[in-house]
Design a protein around this ligand. Structure first.
Ligand code: IMP
Length: 178
């Protein structure tokens, strides 16, 4: 199966069934580790909305969820670039945080988010990502929960976009060679 989004061709990479299996396996691990911790799920927009919606319906507890987005702006000369988590209004001090991501690539976004969360004196921070490009990831923070380790190729579907499109595709597609 192929799809064309704008100028690019994509081949099927993971079917909806395979995604469902990965999500349910991840949820089982989180159920085991977090039932008694009342974690706050911090879902990073835009891409994670579909994964997060499916993940929470596989959990055996009712989690609190905050949808956030990382914004970077230029502060004063002394503060330099400032990163902010838009939408995270909850008091998170002392909470166990699970960051929900669609995909971890270089980990640059993640590193900034973790820094902000740790400044707010959270009890713990772990990452749940459906996809993980481990060959690209060079950061020290371990990605504790990931669904599938995938090669370094651009993927779309199931919330992931190419230039704003492709998020509604049920399967995940990988950019075609050549
Ligand atoms: P990182 O900061 O390089 O880890 O990239 C994180 C963000 O880049 C993800 O949350 C996605 O929004 C986007 N991204 C990285 N790789 C892909 C991809 O293959 N397809 C679509 N979006 C991607």
């Amino acid at each position: 199966m192929k799809v064309k989004i704008k100028d690019k061709d994509f081949d099927i990479f993971l079917t909806d069934k395979e995604i469902e299996t990965a999500v349910s396996t991840l949820a089982k691990k989180i159920n085991t580790d977090y039932t008694d911790k009342d974690p706050l799920l911090v879902a990073v927009l835009n891409g994670s909305f579909i994964f997060c919606a499916d993940l929470i319906r596989h959990l055996n507890f009712d989690p609190e969820i905050s949808f956030t987005k990382l914004a970077s702006y230029q502060g004063s000369e002394s503060t330099g670039k400032v990163n902010e988590l838009i939408g995270l209004t909850e008091d998170i001090k002392g909470r166990h945080i699970l960051i929900v991501e669609d995909i971890i690539d270089t980990g640059n976004t993640l590193e900034k988010i973790i820094k902000i969360l740790n400044e707010k004196e959270v009890a713990s921070v772990e990452i749940v990502s459906l996809l993980f490009k481990s060959e690209v990831y060079k950061k020290k923070t371990p990605v504790r929960y990931f669904g599938l380790d995938i090669p370094n190729k651009f993927v779309i579907g199931y919330g992931l976009d190419y230039d704003g499109r492709g998020r509604s595709l049920r399967h995940i597609y990988q950019i075609a060679e050549g």
